[in-house]
Each structure stands twice: as C-alpha cells, then as structure tokens.
Write a protein that binds this ligand. Structure first.
Ligand SMILES: Cc1ncc(COP(=O)(O)O)c(C=O)c1O
Length: 453
C-alpha cells in the first residue's frame, strides 16, 4: 500500500455489535507502518506525533485504523469531534451544503450560513449584553482576532496570559502561549507587550486549599507596582480550564477575582474556550460555572464536529469599535463548516449532550479515583469537569508509558502538560463505553506502574 491508498474496509466495521476495542494485528499494524514510513519522508518534522495511529474511518466513539483495528477514542481528534465521529445529522448537513455552495467569502459578501452560525453562537454566549461574532478557520485565528480587537478597542499595548497556557502557533497566539519553551525557542522576537503570570495551582486545589492560591494575583500586583501600569493593559487571555498545560481546573473564586481585577482597571477578560468550550464541561461554556462573564469568548475545535471553524464573540459595543476592513478572512466561516457548526449546536441541544457530558464525566472521574486509590504512588491527581478530564502522574515517563500502554490495549488518550494524561472523548460517549475505557485505562496504569517496579 502507498500512503495515498485507502485500506479496504473491514466488512463488519460499522456493525454496532462488534466489540470495542477489537485489535486484529500487532500494533502498529503493517499498513500503519507503511503510512508512517511514507509520512515521515515528506511531512514537517515539527509535527508532534504521539504514537503510531493511522485512522481510516470512525463513528461515534469508535475509530478504525488502516489495518482494521478498532479503538475506543477518548481523544475525539483532540477535543474536536464533539458530537462523535460522523454524526449522521452533521454528515447530512455537510453533504447538503457542499452540494449547494462550497464556498463564497463571507468577508466580502452576505452568506446566509455565516450569519445563521453567528446568531446561533451569540444565543449561547455567557454575556448579558448583546454579542457580535467573527468566524475563523481555527483556534489560533480566533486568538489573533481577539488580540487585535483588544488592542484596537482599548488603545492599550500590553496583554497578559498565563504560564502553561496554550493559545495556538501563529505569531501572536504563540506569544501568548507559554506551556513549553520549545514553542518560543528560535522564533523570536515574539509579539512585544505580552506578560505571563502563574495560573491557578492544581496542588493547592487538590489539597482543598484553593483560598491560599494567590500566586496569580501576587504576580499581577507586583507587575502593576513595578513594571506596567494596569491602564496600559488591554486584556487578560485565560483558559477557564487550562488545556494543553495539563487540564488544570482553578479553585472556587479564582476566576471571580480575575474578573474583579479586570473591572478595577478597565482590562478586557478574554476566555479562550477553544478546548474547554462547546459543551465539553457539561455547560456550553466552562466559564458559566464560575459565575463570571467574559468580555470576549473564543471557540474552535468542537464547534463544528471536525470541520475547520473557529469564532471570537465579543460584547457588541466592543466589536463595534472597529470599522469596515479592519479585520477579515477569505475562508473564515465558509458555508460547509458553518453548516457543520449549526448541526453541531442542534445535536448538542436535541440529544441533551450537556447533561450527558456531566453524567458520563462524573462516572469517569469516580472510576479514575478508584484507579488512583489502587496506585497512589503513580497517580498524583485526578481532576476535571464533565468530559474534560486529566490524570496527573508522578512524572512524565509514567504518563508517557500509560499513554502507550492504553494505545496497545485499544484506548486512545493523549498526554498534556508535563505528566498528565487527558481524556476528552466525544460528548456522545456512552456509559458502557466509559466503563470499557476505565477498564483499559486501569490496566494501562497497572502495566506502567508494574514496569516501573
Ligand atoms: C485553548 C486553546 N486555544 C487555542 C488553540 C489553538 O487552536 P488551533 O490548533 O485550532 O489553532 C488550542 C489548541 O489546542 C487550544 O487548546
């Protein structure tokens, strides 16, 4: 097989009675090995591939590789396939829209699907003022747009983000990012005017001492006293739950304190919900659970169940501060991704996926805490909200070994931060699939911990 060839479908691949996982070759299988070899000769070595998995086709939470091995997918394409793989309503919406109109630039003309998607998203915004929306192709572009709007509207040069944050790879977004030095190394000078401060401390939250978690506010106070006047700061960009940095959930009151600080100094609060939004935490937006309203909210990933779409929403009065031609995009909010986005919102509503994410997420969290109790020396922390769940291990070697051992057993999970394995399954994951995932993950932890001795 060449790397462009398509594997022959296994005849029973979509049969719901086929057990999952169902591994029929050694891993990686022969076709996967060919795909990997062909890929590595021609793709950019910068791509951070986690393990040799070459997907071919998928439905719901089940994904088959090019060798016909069936895996349980707790990655969802990295928190993207929110309604599951190939949800029939999303597929139908994409097919119908593709047959009608593949593309026209919404920046230059009036595209019905674009304004429908903006209206549908605005209706979900956790803001009491009316909201305006700008659609993009990705999370990083949503960050870039929000960054530009924040500076433009406030006429202030500085922006603040957090250690451990991930906001994307484009020059502005990567300047806000601060999860690994290699994201910056060699790319400087980065965007001037970006300041990083500590994020919430998961150890304090786990120990039940969230009220002692003041590092963020101490650092901001020091910066405002000695370095940059708060009246020079346009915005604070914050992930309400830090994603790539290790699935960190701030303690009660942390986000409220941040909001109060922003209000005191006229600083915009920008919630980056690219990873934690779109129902993943059991509410449409994670920040809803903190009782705080952001001034802007960014989305991408799960917004269109797998098609490239992103968005930044802002209070209307804020978005109205820039005029014609100040920002645009040829592809952002193209009709097919918008059709997928509208179908995604309909499915989240009609299938009750927010409540479902809470119910299944609670079961997974409880199951993981049982695994932690069996391996207290290996598992340092289990945390998360809804279906955004992280398991922190004693060190990065262990989390890497668990990720690999899970893969070998047919469960797809992915590391985050320095020593965390994250679970971000599709929101449609069933309780039965959750139990299978927990069993496989428990076996993977036991194998990795035993090997460690
Ligand atoms: C919180 C957050 N913001 C922004 C991004 C960048 O999104 P994209 O990869 O679509 O550019 C990511 C990607 O992981 C993310 O997790």
């Amino acid at each position: 097989m060449t790397d462009t060839a398509v594997a022959a479908p296994s005849t029973d691949w979509a049969d719901p009675s086929r057990p999952v996982p169902d591994l029929r070759t050694e891993l990686p299988g022969p076709r996967t090995r060919e795909v990997v070899a062909g890929d590595q000769a021609v793709t950019s070595p910068s791509l951070p591939r986690a393990y040799p998995f070459a997907p071919q086709r998928a439905r719901g939470c089940r994904i088959e590789d090019v060798d016909g091995n069936l895996f349980l997918d707790f990655n969802a394409g990295i928190a993207v396939n929110s309604t599951g793989h190939a949800h029939p309503e999303v597929v139908r919406a994409v097919q119908d829209q593709a047959a009608d109109l593949l593309h026209y630039s919404a920046s230059d003309f009036f595209l019905p699907a674009y304004s429908q998607m903006c209206r549908a998203l605005a209706a979900t915004a956790p803001m009491s003022e009316p909201v305006r929306v700008f659609l993009t192709n990705s999370g990083a572009e949503a960050v870039e747009g929000a960054l530009k709007l924040a500076r433009y509207a406030t006429k202030r040069p500085y922006v603040i983000s957090f250690y451990g944050a991930f906001h994307g790879r484009t020059m502005g977004a990567v300047s806000l990012t601060s999860s690994k030095p290699k994201y910056h190394q060699g790319f400087g000078p980065l965007l001037p005017g970006v300041i990083h401060v500590p994020y919430a401390d998961p150890a304090k939250v786990a120990a039940g001492h969230a009220e002692e978690d003041t590092a963020t506010f101490d650092a901001l106070e020091t910066i405002f006293r000695h370095d940059v006047a708060p009246s020079e700061v346009a915005a604070i960009f914050v992930e309400p739950i830090q994603g790539e940095g290790g699935y960190i959930v701030p303690g009660e009151g942390w986000m409220r304190r941040l909001r109060e600080l922003c209000d005191e100094h006229g600083i915009l609060l920008v919630a980056d919900e690219v990873q934690c939004g779109m129902g993943r935490t059991g509410t449409m937006w994670a920040i809803e659970q903190t009782g705080v309203e952001p001034d802007m909210l960014l989305s991408a990933k799960g917004i269109a169940s797998g098609l490239p779409l992103g968005a930044f929403m802002a209070r209307a009065s804020l978005m109205e501060s820039w005029g014609v031609g100040t920002h645009g995009s040829t592809y952002g909010g193209s009709p097919v991704p918008c059709a997928a986005g509208l179908a995604t919102l309909r499915v989240i509503e009609s299938e009750g996926l927010l409540a479902h994410a809470r119910e299944v997420g609670d079961r997974i969290l409880a199951g993981l805490r049982e695994i932690q109790a069996r391996h207290p020396e290996a598992v340092v922390d289990v945390r998360g909200v809804g279906l955004m769940i992280g398991v922190e291990f004693a060190d990065g070697a262990l989390s890497g070994a668990v990720q690999q051992a899970a893969f070998e057993r047919g469960l797809l999970v992915l590391e985050a931060g320095e020593s965390v394995v994250r679970m971000s399954p599709p929101l449609v994951v069933t309780l039965e699939e959750a139990e299978i995932g927990l069993r496989l993950f428990g076996e993977a932890v036991a194998a990795a911990a035993d090997r460690r001795g």
